[in-house]
Design a protein around this ligand. Structure first.
Ligand code: G4P
Length: 529
C-alpha cells in the first residue's frame, strides 16, 4: 500500500467522558465490532475505584492496566483505527489533556440521565480550544433520562457546541423502542438483546410511510415524525467541513452496554472522522504527507518493572515513516538516537514494528532521555508546540525527609515531572520546591514512587494557593512590571520551563493584583502568545 493510502486510512482519536458515563463500555464495543476482541470484559477499566486512594498496590495495578490500554488499535472496513486511552479519574486529568494533543478527533460520551458533567465540561473545553473535531454519543438510552431536546440544549449551553443530531431515539428507558438513524435513513429496533447485529437494521427511506407505524406503533411513529421535523427545523444540517473545523458536532444516541447504536456511530465515524491532521510546530506547519519523519512525545509511562528503571515514551507520528533501527534527531538534546524495538499497540498486545505511519503511536524504550513534548525528526530542528499546563488545584511544599538521599530525591522529582505526573514550582524568594497537582491522589503516588523507584523519602507541607498564573514577560522592562516583581516576590516562582508564575493565595489577592498592575498580563495556562 502506498504511503499516502496508509495516511488516508488512519483514524486516531480519543474517547472522553465524565467517569461512569460509559467510556470503557463503548471502547469495548467498538473493539468487538472491529473484531479486535472476541468477548465483552476484555477491556479493563483503568479507573481508580472509590476507596482505593491509599491503596498503593492498587495504584500500581492501575498503572499496569493503563499501559496495556494506552493505545488500542484495530482495523474496521480497511480503516486503521487507533483509540488513545484517556483516564477518566479527575486526579489524572492532566494525562488526558496531554493525550488530547495526540488525537485527530474525539468522541464525547454523555450519560442520558446525568447530562453534561464537570469532567466533560473541562475536557470539551480543551478540545474546543484546539478545534478538535468532536462527535457526541449520548449513552444509556435503555434507562430513563433527560428528554432528547433538553439534553441537546444542555450540550449547546454548557459545552458551547453547535450540535446536529445524526440519530434520534424513539422513546427511552422502559419505552425505548430504538433509534432512527438520520445519517443512514434507517431504523434500528431495540430488543434489549446485547447480541443485536447489523441485520436488525430496517431501511426507512420515507418517514411518512405506514411501515414506520407497523414497526413502532402509531403513537411512537407520530412522535418520531414530529421530532424529526423539529430536528430539521432547529439544527443545522450536517456539514463535513464544519465538523472538521470543530464548529459543528454531530450527535448519536445509543446504549453501549447493549451494543446499540454503536455500529451506526462507528460507520459514520470512519466515514467522516479526519485522517491524521497537520500539526503546528514553533517553526512551521507540518503535514502528514511530508516524506521526512517527525513526531513528538505525548505520554511517558514509567517503571512497569520496579527492578529496571525503564520507561516507555509514546510518540505520535506526525509526518513521514518511522522506521526501526534508524537514527533520528532528538531535537532538545541535539543528538541522534535509534530504536531497535519500537512497539506498536493492538487491542490486547504490543508488538515490535519495523515501520509506522502518520497517525500511529509507537512506544519507545527510554531510560530517562525523553520528556513530554520532545520532538524527534530526521534532522530538522523542529519543536512541536508544547502541551499547555493548567493551574494545578493543590499545592504543597515538598521536603526532603532523608538528608543523605537528596540527590536521589531531586533526580526522582525531576523525572516524575518530565513524565507529567505533577508540576514543579521553585519559589523565587528561597528556592523552596512546591508540587502542584490536579488531585490529592498524586501526592501519594509521588511519595510512593520516590521511595520505591528512587530510594528517596519526602514529606509535604500545605501551601495556600488559589491559582497559579503564568506571568507574560512582554512588558518586563516597564517600571510597573519591575514593581510587581519586587512587591510580589513572596508569591513568585519559576516553573520547569523557567517561566515566571504568580501563585495567588486568594481570588481577592488575584483581583487586587490585576487592578494594581493592569499591564502585567497573567495567564491561566502556560501557553500563550
Ligand atoms: P467509564 O469508563 O466512562 O467510567 O464507564 P463504564 O464503561 O465503566 O460504565 C459505567 C457503568 O455504566 C457500568 O456499570 C456500565 O456497565 C454501565 N453502562 C455503560 N453503558 C451502559 C448503557 O448503555 N446502559 C446501561 N444501563 N448501563 C451502561 P457498573 O455497574 O458501574 O460497572 P460494571 O460492574 O457493570 O462493570
Amino acid at each position: 500500500m502506498s504511503f499516502l493510502k496508509e495516511i488516508e486510512r488512519r483514524r486516531t482519536f480519543g474517547i472522553i467522558s465524565h467517569p461512569d458515563a460509559g467510556k470503557t463500555t463503548l471502547t469495548e464495543k467498538l473493539l468487538l465490532f472491529g473484531g479486535a476482541i472476541q468477548e465483552a470484559g476484555a477491556v479493563k477499566s483503568n479507573k481508580i475505584k472509590k476507596g482505593a486512594t491509599s491503596d498503593f498496590m492498587e495504584i500500581e495495578r492501575q498503572r499496569g492496566i493503563s499501559v496495556a490500554t494506552s493505545v488500542l488499535a484495530f482495523e474496521y472496513n480497511g480503516i486503521k483505527i487507533n483509540i488513545l486511552d484517556t483516564p477518566g479519574h479527575k486526579d489524572f486529568a492532566e494525562d488526558t489533556f496531554r493525550t488530547l494533543t495526540a488525537v485527530d478527533s474525539v468522541i464525547v460520551v454523555i450519560d442520558v440521565a446525568k447530562g453534561v458533567e464537570e469532567q466533560t465540561e473541562k475536557l470539551v473545553e480543551v478540545c474546543r480550544m484546539r478545534n478538535i473535531p468532536m462527535i457526541v454519543f449520548i449513552n444509556k438510552m435503555d434507562r430513563e433520562g433527560k428528554d432528547a431536546f433538553e439534553l441537546l440544549d444542555e450540550i449547546e449551553q454548557k459545552l458551547g457546541l453547535t450540535v446536529t443530531p445524526l440519530s434520534f431515539p424513539i422513546g427511552m428507558g422502559y419505552d425505548f423502542k430504538g433509534i432512527y438513524n438520520i445519517w443512514e435513513k434507517n431504523i434500528n429496533l431495540f430488543s434489549g438483546d446485547s447480541r443485536k447485529n447489523i441485520e436488525d437494521t430496517i431501511e426507512i427511506s420515507d418517514l411518512k410511510s405506514s411501515e414506520l407505524n407497523d414497526l413502532v406503533g402509531d403513537t411512537s411513529a407520530e412522535t418520531l415524525r414530529e421530532e424529526i421535523e423539529l430536528v430539521e427545523g432547529i439544527y443545522p444540517a450536517f456539514d463535513h467541513e464544519d465538523y472538521l473545523n470543530g464548529t459543528l458536532q454531530p450527535v448519536f444516541f445509543g446504549s453501549a452496554l447493549n451494543s446499540f447504536g454503536v455500529r451506526e456511530l462507528l460507520d459514520c465515524f470512519v466515514e467522516i472522522a479526519p485522517k491524521p491532521r497537520a500539526k503546528e510546530s514553533e517553526e512551521r506547519l507540518v503535514k502528514p504527507e511530508e516524506n521526512k519523519f517527525t513526531g513528538f512525545v505525548f505520554k511517558i509511562h514509567a517503571n512497569m518493572d520496579p527492578n529496571h528503571r525503564n520507561r516507555l515514551a509514546f510518540i505520535k507520528i506526525v509526518s513521514g515513516e518511522f522506521k526501526r533501527n534508524t537514527p533520528y534527531l532528538h531535537v532538545r538534546h541535539n543528538k541522534k538516537v535509534k530504536f531497535s524495538s519500537p512497539n506498536a499497540f493492538f487491542a490486547e498486545k504490543k508488538e515490535i514494528v519495523d515501520i509506522s505511519f502518520p497517525g500511529d503511536i509507537v512506544g519507545l524504550q527510554d531510560t530517562g532521555n525523553f520528556k513530554i513534548g520532545d520532538t524527534l525528526t530526521e534532522g530538522e530542528k523542529l519543536n512541536y508546540k508544547g502541551v499547555p499546563s493548567f493551574s494545578p488545584e493543590h499545592f504543597r511544599y515538598i521536603n526532603n525527609a532523608d538528608p543523605l538521599k537528596s540527590k536521589q530525591l531531586f533526580k526522582g522529582i525531576d523525572q516524575l515531572m518530565d513524565e507529567g505526573v505533577a508540576q514543579l514550582f521553585t519559589l523565587e524568594l528561597n528556592g523552596r520546591k512546591v508540587i502542584g497537582t490536579v488531585g490529592a491522589l498524586q501526592y501519594e503516588v509521588i511519595q510512593y514512587r520516590l521511595e520505591h523507584e528512587y530510594g528517596a523519602k519526602c514529606t509535604y507541607e500545605n501551601l495556600n494557593v488559589h491559582k497559579a498564573c503564568w506571568v507574560d514577560p512582554s512588558n518586563s522592562n516597564t517600571d510597573e512590571y519591575k514593581e510587581f516583581v519586587r512587591v510580589k516576590q513572596r508569591f513568585l516562582a519559576k516553573d520547569k520551563q523557567n517561566q515566571l508564575v504568580f501563585l495567588a493565595d486568594s481570588i481577592f489577592s488575584l483581583q487586587m493584583t490585576q487592578q494594581k498592575y493592569p499591564n502585567v498580563k497573567l495567564h491561566f495556562t502556560s501557553e500563550f502568545s
